[in-house]
Write a protein that binds this ligand. Structure first.
Ligand code: NDP
Ligand code: MG
Length: 401
């Protein structure tokens, strides 16, 4: 029997729980994060969740996780949810996301929205000295210098959710003398396809990723290898590494999630089954580790042969383009990211062909004049400007399809 003095009340117990807000709770990362939280429900309390348009799933999440605050994209959906859940504070739009970033009670903000929507709320939460579990790579691709320097100034942790960056984060583990970062890539669905076959790649083929089940935008980026390019830029900012010291290696089995090479020649890699639950959980529980959803041990014998290849930059030129734009700096990555995103959406809307994604992104990037050391306002303006240019260019491609 427990003595009375050692018992803790529910209120005290809840104080000990980490209080979490999730931007993008209805997406691939968001839903998996809630699965992790469900498994570790004695360690977390969900204070706020947000969705874009999927209010059916969001409603189920409200019932299950009982957040105090909710945000949706439109005022209409906000009104619907307000009527349905009178005891929940329902907000909408970019303002609503900022209100979540302003909540005093949260300990950590998981940024799992896709696209540029994540940037401004992340900056606000950093200024409010909240730790960030960052899945949204666009935040660092668009404004990595600003975001990381704000994080340093405010003593805020940026905990990577992206599996490669979580791997590197674990391999570095606060040690110094790291010489190279080695980022692995599965190679996507067209790794073994001839270039000519990619000419006719349809949406279904492009979305059938061999290893990971993710949102559509990132899955298309994984097929062009643009995703790996975005990840190199992400790693450059997160770990403050020169582009020249970041290597990309194709590893189709996706068991080695990434590695670091130390100056003495030691290479430390993070290995495990390909599951996003693991990096999501580590970002949320850092620096602690707990038994999570994946309880089966990785079996080296079953895994068998692990392969590593040099990326084919000719066949996947998006990877090369992303690294080049990263090296140029300024707003070059803003331009490339916006052009690529619009082109990916156009491909998913069947307006352009698979290989047009690169051609359009390259053409827009080649004609772009970069702004050095941009402010956030300039970044958002450039993003908007490039999206308009890209949409115009897409119209011309559409006429040729
Ligand atoms: P999904 O498309 O599956 O989910 C995106 C989430 O963002 C959904 O909740 C969606 O809401 C919400 N959302 C989209 N647009 C808006 C908007 N304008 N306003 C408010 N909410 C919005 O994406 P993923 O989960 O795959 O990816 C999320 C981020 O994480 C991306 O930046 C991606 O690059 C990164 N990432 C993802 C990985 C993965 O395994 N999926 C791995 C590593 C990084 P709704 O669906 O309700 O419309
Ligand atoms: Mg990744």
């Amino acid at each position: 029997m427990i003595s009375k003095d050692l018992r803790i009340s529910t209120a005290e117990y809840n104080i000990m729980k980490k209080k979490i807000a999730i931007l993008g709770s209805t997406g691939s990362i968001g839903t998996q994060a809630l699965e992790v939280i469900n498994k570790l429900n004695d360690k977390f309390e969900v204070i706020a969740i947000s969705a874009g348009n999927n209010i059916n799933l969001l409603s189920k999440q409200i019932v299950e996780y009982k957040p105090e605050y909710v945000c949706v994209k439109t005022k209409e959906d906000c009104n619907t949810l307000n009527k349905k859940f009178p005891n929940v504070n329902v907000m909408f739009g970019d303002e609503g996301l900022l209100k979540i970033a302003d909540l005093k009670e949260i300990d950590i903000l998981l940024v799992a929205v896709s696209g540029k929507t994540g940037l401004i709320p992340t900056i606000r939460a950093i200024k409010n000295k909240k730790d960030i579990a960052l899945a949204n790579k666009e935040t660092l691709v668009m404004a990595g210098d600003i975001v990381m320097s704000l994080a340093r100034e405010n003593n805020v942790k940026i905990l990577p959710v992206d599996s490669e960056h979580s791997a590197i984060f674990q391999c570095i583990n606060n040690e110094k003398n790291v010489k190279h970062l080695i980022i692995t890539a599965s190679g996507g669905p067209f790794l073994k396809s001839a270039y000519e076959e990619m000419e006719h790649a349809d949406i279904n083929e492009t979305l059938s990723h061999p290893r990971w089940n993710m949102g559509k935008k990132i899955t298309v980026d994984s097929a062009t290898l643009m995703n790996k390019g975005l990840e190199v830029i992400e790693a450059h900012h997160l770990f403050n590494f020169k582009y020249e010291d970041i290597k990309v290696v194709i590893h189709p089995q996706s068991y080695v999630h990434s590695a670091v090479e130390y100056t003495d020649g030691s290479i430390i890699a993070q290995i495990g089954i390909p599951s996003m639950h693991i990096p999501i959980q580590y970002a949320l529980t850092y620096p602690e580790r707990y038994e999570g959803i994946e309880t089966e041990s990785f079996d080296f014998i079953k895994a068998g042969k692990l392969e590593f290849f040099k990326p084919d930059y000719e066949k996947f030129p998006s990877l090369k383009l992303a690294i080049e734009m990263g090296k140029k700096g300024g707003t070059c990555t803003v331009c490339m990211n916006a052009a690529n995103e619009e082109a990916v959406f156009a491909f998913l809307d069947k307006k352009i062909k698979f290989l047009d994604i690169y051609k359009i992104t390259k053409q827009i990037s080649d004609n772009y004049i970069s702004i050095p050391n941009p402010t956030i306002e300039q970044i958002l303006d450039e993003d908007e400007k490039v999206r308009i240019q890209t949409k115009n260019l897409i119209t011309k491609y559409k006429e040729n399809i």
